[in-house]
Design a protein around this ligand. Structure first.
Ligand code: 3HC
Length: 686
């Protein structure tokens, strides 16, 4: 008895609808029911053609991702994805895919197993499996090159970017794009008695094996640059190349072998963990907000520096009118000019039309003082990181903002309760910690103060969703989740440098492990004057267990502010490329000698062990204290805010995968040798 498939009859045409909310994902049951429904319709003498579609907004968002960890662990029998697709393609009567919304992964593979594809103008088609550490496993690597050629198929399978309907039509992936009802259009097309046309039989767009190998080599190299360390992109290239080497069946066999290898690998486990973790962060158990969260129609941002301007752009990009203000008229003008420059750059790069950029610019209005705050549903303060300045601004916001407005501070270090206390409504105050550059970075830490109400939290989570951000709830401790953990991690990197480590080797030990940037280079990027402030604030707020990275505190005094003035741990050239700096090493060694620091050799493994254990142990303390809701939230913070490799799943997932007991042994050894900083948190034994 089919439960995920609906069937309708429209005068000789069977319409088979995959109806598996929320996104029509294909579990084994759905696949079985779908193939059986197509076969049944094909056997029915009163039917001349079959239209296959999805219920709701999407066609099919792919295989049900939640089954992959179980498949990898052998906890369920293998799913013959390719066979289900072959059964659909085998139909003796024409099968037409009517594609609205997303046709991704197994969804696109289903569409390609159909004989024709008709798409709604807003449809998106793609093979995003690599983003989950996988490759297409239902024949996609063999059918896609037959429809759009080897080169484009390699690109889509190796990098996972989807294409919009019109572009798909130009590539030959869909036969027709329609503006109106896509199912209606497909039924009408079905009535024109199109001949059965199986993708597997097409060969014109395949090249010879030697050309396929040359193309594959180009894509392998570009995969190593664009998605370094990841195995799936190269496996996807390999599988597509196999289409040119032998028969369709040979290609399917190669795809199955490569898919299986990716499925069993650590990288797909980690990336799938991140996929679900990202979607779980906004679910806060026990949050009791009465009614729907307040709708945000207008916003105000106080402070037009880099962060404030970027946050104003986030609102404008989401279609929300926003007032931007600053105490200084000059700073406001500078902020607005900077925003305009960014939109113009987006137009130049073809990312946005000129009209769209103008529309967004018009949504951002310059405000005098607290003008605009009186009409705002949310006010975000992004002024100078000084508690007294922030309290003054919050008093003004409190006096001007309507009751029920959400009052947020973008502080990255300060105590939310201290700021909330400047208002008469601390229940409406919370932290919205955006990351820089705000329009690009998807992470937002939503920091709950002592008095923050459930309603305010719910409204902030809803707002983040509208802004297309990933909100992570954090407690009001120093540095919240991200900066708090980054502090001991970086402090260890500095300590290694003080004890004989070469800065570039320290950074390389971590970038070669997968981090986007080394910890010392990050210090240069953020600026050592800013780091000094962060560290001092952290110390004031209870980070006493983290040793002070003394030499780094010297850097601003030595005029080494980082990239902004060309000198930090590295010397920067005019292209902002860092080079090892002999003068820095000389000062560093002098500094260490004056304090009697032992100098030693450091292996890559030792560098990684100390920095990573310091990072995870601070995460563990955060969990012990309830400052993060779940380990997976911490993983999302690091993958989306700090350049931690997603294919390692985030720091807490990495520790679990590497073996908590083994890491705990190392941590205890360091604790015995070096004392309290390394004291293992309770989480390690949980
Ligand atoms: N399997 C299982 N659950 C899925 C899913 C999938 N393929 N795609 C989405 N979901 C779930 C999400 O977890 C979420 O669940 P929740 O409400 O309980 O948190 C819900 O569907 C809605 O998802 P989003 O919040 O992401 O909704 P959006 O509307 O923002 O986006 C989407 C919709 C564009 C379809 C997006 O969900 C997406 O990109 N999904 C993943 C697509 C994908 O990677 N497909 C490939 C799967 S692997 C495969 O097909 C292998 C094959 O080759 C054999």
């Amino acid at each position: 008895m089919a439960t995920h498939i609906r069937e309708e009859r429209r005068e000789g045409v069977a319409v088979v609808v995959v109806d598996n909310p929320p996104v029509n994902a294909l579990s084994r049951e759905v696949l079985e029911e779908l193939a059986a429904a197509v076969e049944r319709a094909a056997d029915d003498g009163s039917i001349t053609a079959i239209v296959l579609t999805g219920a709701g907004r999407n066609f099919i968002a792919g295989a049900d991702i939640s089954m992959f960890p179980r498949l990898a662990a052998g906890e369920m029998p293998p799913v013959p994805f390719q066979d289900y697709m072959n059964r659909i393609e085998q139909s003796p009567k024409p099968v037409i895919a009517a594609i609205g919304g997303a046709a991704l992964g197994g969804g696109l593979e289903t569409a390609m197993a159909c004989h024709y594809r008709i798409a709604a103008a807003g449809a998106q088609l793609g093979q995003p499996e690599v983003k989950l550490g996988l490759i297409p496993g239902a024949g996609g690597t063999q059918r896609l090159p037959r429809l759009i050629g080897m080169e484009k198929a390699m690109e889509m399978c190796a990098f996972g970017e989807a294409v919009a309907a019109q572009a798909a039509a130009e590539l030959g992936l869909v036969d027709k794009v329609v503006a109106g009802d896509v199912v209606e259009a497909a039924v009408e097309f079905a009535r024109s008695a199109p001949p059965v046309r199986r993708t597997r039989d097409l060969r014109e767009k395949l090249c010879d094996a030697a050309s396929a190998e040359s193309l594959a080599e180009i894509f392998r190299q570009s995969a190593r640059r664009r998605m370094p360390h990841q195995k799936a992109p190269e496996a996807a290239v390999e599988a597509v190349a196999a289409a040119a080497r032998g028969s369709f069946e040979d290609g399917l066999a190669a795809e199955a072998r490569l898919f299986e290898a990716c499925l069993k690998g650590e990288q797909s486990r980690a990336l799938i963990h991140v996929f679900f973790a990202e979607r779980a962060t906004a679910k806060i158990p026990g949050l009791k907000a009465a009614g729907a969260p307040k709708e945000i129609r207008r916003a105000a941002v106080a402070g037009a520096g880099t962060m404030g301007s970027g946050i104003a752009m986030c609102f404008a990009n989401a279609g929300i009118d926003v007032w931007l203000s600053d105490a200084s008229r000059e700073a406001l003008e500078r902020g607005l000019a900077g925003i305009r420059k960014q939109y113009e750059a987006a137009v130049r790069k073809g990312k946005m039309s000129g009209e769209e950029a103008e529309r967004r610019m018009e949504r951002i209005r310059a405000a005098e003082g607290m003008e605009g705050v009186a009409e705002a549903d949310v006010v975000v303060e992004a002024v100078f990181e000084d508690p007294e300045v922030k309290r003054v601004v919050f008093r003004l916001i409190d006096a001007a903002a309507p009751q029920g407005a959400l009052l947020a501070t973008n502080t990255s270090t300060l105590d939310i309760d201290g700021i909330a206390a400047a208002t008469k409504r601390p229940e409406s105050v919370l932290g919205l910690h955006f990351f820089s550059p705000a329009p690009v970075m998807r992470l937002v830490e939503v920091v709950r103060g002592r008095a923050t109400s459930d309603e305010a939290m719910a409204a902030a989570l809803e707002l983040a969703k509208r802004l297309k951000k990933i909100p992570v709830a954090a407690g009001n401790c120093f540095g919240f989740i991200g900066n708090r953990m980054f502090l001991p991690y970086r402090t260890q990197a500095v300590a290694i440098a003080e004890q004989g480590g070469e800065p570039d080797r320290i950074d390389a030990a971590l970038t070669s492990w997968g981090w986007a940037m080394g910890p010392l280079a990050v210090g240069d990027l953020i600026g050592h004057d800013v780091w000094l402030m962060i560290r001092q604030e952290a110390l004031r707020r209870g980070a006493g267990h983290i040793p002070v990275s003394a030499f780094e505190d010297e850097l601003p005094r030595l005029g080494r502010l980082g990239q902004k003035n060309g000198f930090g741990w590295y010397r920067y050239d005019e292209n902002r490329r860092g080079h090892p700096d002999g003068e820095l090493i000389r000062v560093l060694r002098e500094y260490a000698a004056a304090r009697g620091f032992e100098q030693r050799e450091w292996t890559v493994e030792q560098i990684r062990e100390r920095t990573l254990l310091a990072l995870v142990n601070e995460g563990a303390r955060i969990l012990d204290e309830g400052m993060a809701l779940r380990a997976a939230d911490i993983d999302v913070v690091f993958v989306h805010g700090f350049g931690f490799p997603g294919w390692r799943g985030g720091p807490m997932h990495w520790a679990e995968a590497a073996g908590k007991a083994k890491l705990l042994d190392r941590l205890e050894a360091l604790y015995d040798e070096e004392g309290p900083f390394w004291k293992p948190a309770a989480w390690w034994r949980s």
